[in-house]
Design a binder for this molecule. Structure first.
Ligand code: NCD
Length: 309
């Protein structure tokens, strides 16, 4: 189903396809935990091309590949590569795709992954394109919800920077495929782009917008909070107006649902007090682990040979 396919946007996925990836991830969890060795991807090479900072995404892709017996190439810093001589992204991708079986790209420009796919001879995985999309984060978010809560009949609050946050753009599209009520909580200036909102409504999703976290926090099953994306603001003064808009403290959790889960794609800045980490609601560090089996699932599905598919 997935062999040689690009992973660019959650808009390209059906619910059946997502469920299939989540199921595969569960099968691979034992390898993700390092409890059993595997050579499923032995002889395969993944190239990491990251043009923006990354901790979890890059390293969990590497872990996934290495735990399955594969190899990893890293472009390294822009200064150390031919990009510093003026090489275009198209040429870089055209060249590196000849050295690997799959290429993972993070780039500050929205649309970069879609463009790169036109020049690559191997599947491209979008690991974040500016304020665009971040589909592998969404798959691990859905997997976290499935493992720690349930994926249907729930109410989800997505909180923070809904304008520039690529993780929430991808997540909203995916949740719209499931039976979920979505509350979009943001400062007025950081509302979700209109095109996404109308797409969600067109998909039949139940979407509600507010700037008041207190109006929804006690009714939701999943609280997904995000960082205000400082680096995407054209004007630092505009960032300062909204910085620190939402902050989850232990006090705020007094009347929440007993089975609430709190998620965050991380890194957090001031959105969640460290005291919350030891509550039963906090799932954001577990969420980062779930990135490994999810990325294993994607990598194996993309690199399956035809007779295995
Ligand atoms: C996110 C990203 O890069 O979009 N991080 C991640 O991949 N886990 C979220 C962010 O930077 O705020």
């Amino acid at each position: 189903m997935f062999t040689k396919r690009e992973i660019i946007s959650m808009k390209d996925f059906s619910q059946d396809e997502i469920d299939c990836i989540l199921k595969k991830a569960q099968e691979l969890e034992v390898y993700a935990r390092g409890e059993k060795p595997s050579d499923l991807l032995s002889g395969k090479i993944m190239a990491n091309l990251f043009f923006e900072p990354s901790t979890r995404t890059r390293l969990s892709f590497e872990t996934a590949m290495k735990r399955l017996g594969g190899e990893v190439l890293n472009l390294g810093s822009e200064e150390a590569s031919s990009i510093s001589k003026g090489e275009t992204l198209a040429d870089t991708v055209r060249v590196i795709s000849q050295y690997c079986d799959v290429l993972v790209l993070r780039h500050p420009k929205q649309g970069a992954a879609r463009m790169a796919a036109e020049y690559s001879s191997v599947p491209i995985i979008n690991a974040g394109d500016g304020a665009g999309h971040h589909p592998t984060q969404t798959l691990l978010d859905l997997y976290t919800i499935k493992r720690e809560s349930r994926l249907n009949g729930i109410s989800v609050a997505i909180v923070g920077d809904l304008k520039y946050g690529r993780t929430v753009h991808s997540l909203a599209y995916a949740l719209a495929l499931y039976d979920t009520r979505i509350s979009l909580v943001s400062p007025e200036q950081l509302r979700i782009p209109d095109t996404i909102k109308s797409d969600l409504e067109g998909m039949g999703a139940e979407v509600f917008e507010t700037s008041e976290l207190s109006s929804v926090i006690n009714d939701v099953d999943v609280l997904y909070i995000t960082r205000i994306q400082r680096e995407r603001f054209p004007d630092p003064a505009e960032y300062r107006k909204v910085a620190g808009s939402y902050r989850i403290s232990v006090d705020l959790l007094n009347d929440v649902k007993d089975n609430l889960i709190i998620m965050h794609p991380l890194p957090r800045v001031t959105e969640i007090d460290v005291e919350v980490d030891s509550t039963k609601y906090a799932k954001y560090f577990k969420q980062t682990f779930y990135g490994v089996p999810i990325r294993m699932a994607l990598l194996t599905m993309l690199m399956e040979t035809d007779d295995e598919a």
